[in-house]
Design a protein around this ligand. Sequence first.
Ligand code: AQP
Length: 346
Amino acid sequence: MSKSKNRVFSGVQPTGNLHLGNYLGAIKRFVALQDGHECVYCVVDLHAVTMRQDPEELSDNIRNVTAAFLASGIDPQKHIVFNQSQVSQHAELAWMFNCVARMGWLNRMTQFKEKAGKNRENASVGLFSYPSLMAADILLYKADFVPVGEDQKQHLELTRDIAAKFNNDFCERIAKLGFGDSYFPMTEPLIGGPAARVMSLRDGAKKMSKSEASDMSRINLIDDPDTIAKKIRKAKTDAEPLPEEVEGLAGRAEADNLVGIFAAINDVDKAAVISEYGGKPFSEFKPALADLAVEKLAPISAKMRHLLAEPDEIDTILNEGADKAREIAVVTMREVREIFGFVGAK
Ligand code: AQP
């Protein structure tokens, strides 16, 4: 596959049930980007094992994320859908980037601090060097755009730092080998919209997350309609009705979150939601949100269940996707080895 000027790459970790944050912040946008872009969507299983995973659950979760991609509308015939561990060049390029990135850069990563918690000495080395692998995922395909939720902004900045340092460290070699002024692109993050950071339904200060203990804090893509409606009904809010103007959402984290979810599901902005529901109590807004969420998510969840009944078909799609991804990855790695000066068969 020759490189177009608008390649998109993104990934999702198979670490548990996917939730509305993953869907609105990432997967729904992956679907929209298929028109007019060449997309590479990856189930990032090498990232998942930076935290301990049960092997059988990991296999199930890889198929779950793949089913969520397909059920949401990602087309594996026109684009590339695969799991990262099948393309060994991800790990190989990550090693090269471990030698380009600086300890000080990785030390500043807030996700490592949050995930490692108080006992940092006990965190895996993989968790610390996670951003080098993420840079490798993106740059292996020389991706121009990466749609992600806001929590990944810092890692995207680091990807650009790694690309810039590589281009600078090897600038003469890159030019001598005929690759022009720079080898890796300055990838643009695509972050934004009303659901760039979907918050927990129980605490408007925390992001919705797979690893949060309370299942009531998130809407899972596989939740049935009754569960979705119950979780929205019980979502934490304040006692005031919705504000008359969108500016009135400032300082009201839970209200802002529910309005953002409504807007993102419906492909409108928060102002459009407020123009319809401004001044109305949550007793009116929550049922409308529940109906909308069920209407949009129930078909996805039904399709996921259908796909998961045929795990061999999912595995075939992943294998075919990995073959397509490898075609691109081997070329990048051959060139990167040459730039570094490694000797051997091409
Ligand atoms: N709450 C969120 N709002 C918007 N986007 C989100 N994403 C995750 N949570 C939210 C985006 O989903 C994509 C895939 O995320 P991931 O599974 O690779 O990793 P994560 O960000 O670590 O997701 P979780 O749910 O928070 O998992 P745990 O609990 O395991 O850490 C990314 O684009 C991410 O930005």
